[in-house]
Write a protein that binds this ligand. Sequence first.
Ligand code: ATP
Length: 234
Amino acid sequence: MSTVVSARGVSAGYAGRPVIHDLDLEVSAGEVVCLLGPNGAGKTTTMLTLSGELPQLSGEVAFDDAVTDAPLHRRARAGLAYVTEERSVFKALSARDNLRCGGVTAEDATALFPELEKCMDTRGGLLSGGEQQMLTLARALCRQPRVLLADELSLGLAPLVVDRLLAAVRVAATEGGAGALIVEQHARKALRYADRVYVMSRGRIVMALTAAEAQSRLAEIESTYLAGTKAAIT
Ligand code: ATP
């Protein structure tokens, strides 16, 4: 499978100070890759850098093997979907109009999440957290992205909804050929839908595993969370 997004030796941060260091990662078409790690490990900074929202301080980001410094809106036009924990729903617009703004039809969205059908005429701000995130994910996935970056898609949502969201990402990869990089706090759950895992600690990737390997080393992975920024596993 071809690599759709990669980072090579990437450092990035804020006000010229790196918080992620010498990062190497890649995601291929059809893969779901999970980025795990404790608070402050640098997961969101990694996603911001890959999306083009945050320029890297050194190293290279490539899409489809072509190195790019393009900003997010240009990467989006080239097939990147970036979904964050901040449910990017227009609160005053109906669910249907929220989809329309993204060039997605209500029919396509309900094919993905049938539970949205009853809410199409409801204002975005009145939808539940789960419905808002289904709407956000439908808007991203129905455009058939080549790359999906999803940062804590399921933050604060009920376990059943988390499963619905992760299953939709899995289908987009398996059937639609998207390459997905997802940041998830629900490590155990996420591993059921992922092919591979990167574990970050203190701004570095400290483990690169298949999902099966990660399942068998869950205790070790979770210890990086408990150890917080002191974790140093290889
Ligand atoms: P969490 O799981 O808590 O969301 P994370 O792994 O996504 O954490 P980041 O949000 O990438 O971690 O943060 C990595 C480091 O960068 C942290 O030390 C954080 O305080 C710092 N940081 C994040 N955003 C900024 C910012 N806008 N300005 C300065 N420092 C920042």
